[in-house]
Design a binder for this molecule. Structure first.
Ligand code: ADP
Ligand code: MG
Ligand code: ZN
Length: 481
């Protein structure tokens, strides 16, 4: 069998978090009562005219600069005509001939390699409404709240070569969009979705194979899986002597497989033409420069700064810049602790564990930097031990307690009183003669159990190192006598 290479190009749609929609003053919202956030313009009623929201252009400019696109200073909107019940005008206002951005790129780190993924273009368009298929009543309902929500479409060149690279690219893009604050990128709410184009070709071949497209995918896991499965399907088909059809396929998460939806033969002819209701948009150099100056520090720059100036390891820096909220928490906390690595390790250890326990994203944990810093400092200086610290952190997150007050009120200060520790350990050894016997026979593992028992009797508050030492000394004393 020949060796094949997978080729992937992504069309990423991102919903902008502007206050109002792209062509009317309805609010951009999510999860509201159906059909309460719409007006004659976004519902496409006859005679209603669109007016471009300047903030959308500003967000698009910000994104163009962050992903290194050339900016088209005379950009225009076009009509993409098709009938679809969730877009009542029967056309979508989009950009085909003069998109706002072209020829950008993103650098991704795939393995040890830095790789540049080219961006073909970036354009603005309006989102459609949402169809709700009701399986019980055999009817379809439509909610127009999403109609007219501004979208950016970011189209990559077919430069990606594996599911892994595609996911790294998507994560990088999402992180940039979040840092420049143009979208919340909540995939489960559909604010970031991707059309995934996949083809395969024999390694060494210059020509691309025929591609298939899976539309509207909104989970990284599904995208990774879909690319792997689709590339395998294409390779098998070619090896059997078959040919790939250019078609749109639907990925079925439950069946872990994709199915044909429509082929190129019945592809739409969208009859694009410049929208006569909207004038071309002139973008001055002045405006571009203002946007450039106001651009916040991008995640890759923060990452370098964390490594070079704060001494973080690469994997630590990667996690710290995975979301702006997390990165801000890290920076605010470090200002107070002055211990970057210690702070990063708390985030990667305790906070990550807490987010798993609560099944939420790390960035969703609402941690006060001031309280977090106090807990880190008090653990470092021996006021409390690590077990207690976890308890205090949880209380600080769930009940917004003041760490010092909480520790005082609950009597959580670390116990370092040697005689109390010795007394407790003596009792635990007396209560567990079998374990002591095991230790005598060389099963040193039992010390862990005995330390645990002692710690439990001391309410989890003992100085762990001191306690450990006392257990060992006492055991050795018994064994030697
Ligand atoms: P269309 O306008 O029909 O959607 P484009 O040429 O604009 O097609 O490409 C859409 C997306 O498909 C782009 O992201 C591009 O990188 C990707 N693409 C194009 N050709 C291939 C191919 N042979 N294999 C994988 N992806 C491809
Ligand atoms: Mg396409
Ligand atoms: Zn409206």
């Amino acid at each position: 069998m020949k060796s094949y290479e997978t080729v992937i190009g992504l069309e990423v749609h991102v919903e902008l978090s502007t206050r109002s929609k792209i062509f009317c003053s309805c609010p951009v919202s999510y999860g509201e009562e159906p059909n309460t956030k719409c007006c004659p313009v976004c519902m496409g009623l006859p005679g209603a005219l669109p007016v471009l929201n300047r903030e959308v252009v500003e967000y698009a400019l910000r994104t163009c600069l962050a992903v290194n696109c050339d900016i088209n200073k005379l950009t225009r909107f076009d009509r993409k005509n098709y009938f679809y019940p969730d877009l009542p005008k029967a056309y979508q206002i989009s950009q085909l001939y003069e998109p706002i951005g072209r020829d950008g790129w993103l650098e991704i780190q795939a393995g040890d390699l830095d790789k540049r993924i080219r961006i073909h273009e970036l354009h603005m368009e309006e989102d459609a409404g949402k169809l709700l298929h009701d399986p019980w009543d055999d009817q379809t309902l439509v909610d127009y709240n999403r109609c007219g929500v501004p979208l950016l479409e970011i189209v990559s060149e077919p430069d990606l070569r594996s599911a892994e690279e595609a996911l790294i690219y998507l994560e990088k893009l999402r992180s940039i969009l979040q840092f420049i604050d143009v979208s919340d990128c909540r995939m489960q709410e559909g604010s970031l979705r991707a059309d995934v184009n996949v083809s395969v070709r024999p390694i060494g071949s210059e020509e691309f194979g025929t591609r298939t497209e899976m539309k509207n995918m909104n989970s990284f896991k599904a995208i990774g899986r879909a690319i792997e499965k689709e590339s395998r399907r294409q390779i098998e088909l070619i090896e059997e002597g078959g040919a790939i059809r250019q078609e749109t396929r639907r990925w079925d998460e439950n069946k872990d497989a994709s199915f044909p939806m429509r082929s190129k033969e019945d592809a739409h002819d969208y009859r694009y033409f410049p929208d006569p209701d909207l004038t071309p948009v002139l973008i001055s150099s002045d405006w571009i420069e203002k946007v450039r100056e106001a651009l916040p520090e991008l995640p890759q720059d923060r990452r370098s700064r964390y490594i070079l100036e704060l001494g973080l390891a690469e994997y630590e820096a990667d996690l710290m810049v995975s979301h702006p909220d997390l990165s801000n928490l890290f920076e605010e906390t470090v200002k107070l602790t002055d211990k970057p690595r210690e702070t990063a390790s708390w985030i990667m250890g305790e906070l990550l564990q807490l987010s798993k326990d609560k099944s939420c994203e790390l960035a969703e944990l609402e941690v006060e930097p001031k309280a977090f810093a106090r807990i880190i400092i008090m653990t470092a200086d021996g006021t409390i031990n690590r077990i207690t610290a976890r308890k205090v952190l949880l209380a600080a997150i769930d009940e917004q307690v003041d760490p010092e007050e909480y520790i005082a009120k609950q009597g959580l200060a670390m116990i370092s009183d040697t005689s109390l520790l010795e007394q407790t350990v003596a009792q635990v050894l007396a209560d567990n003669p079998a374990s002591v016997e095991d230790y005598r026979k060389g099963k040193t593992k039992v010390t862990g159990f005995l330390v645990g028992q002692s710690m439990r009797l001391l309410g989890g508050k003992a100085d762990p190192q001191l306690l450990n030492k006392i257990v060992l000394v006492k055991l050795d004393n018994i064994v030697q006598n």
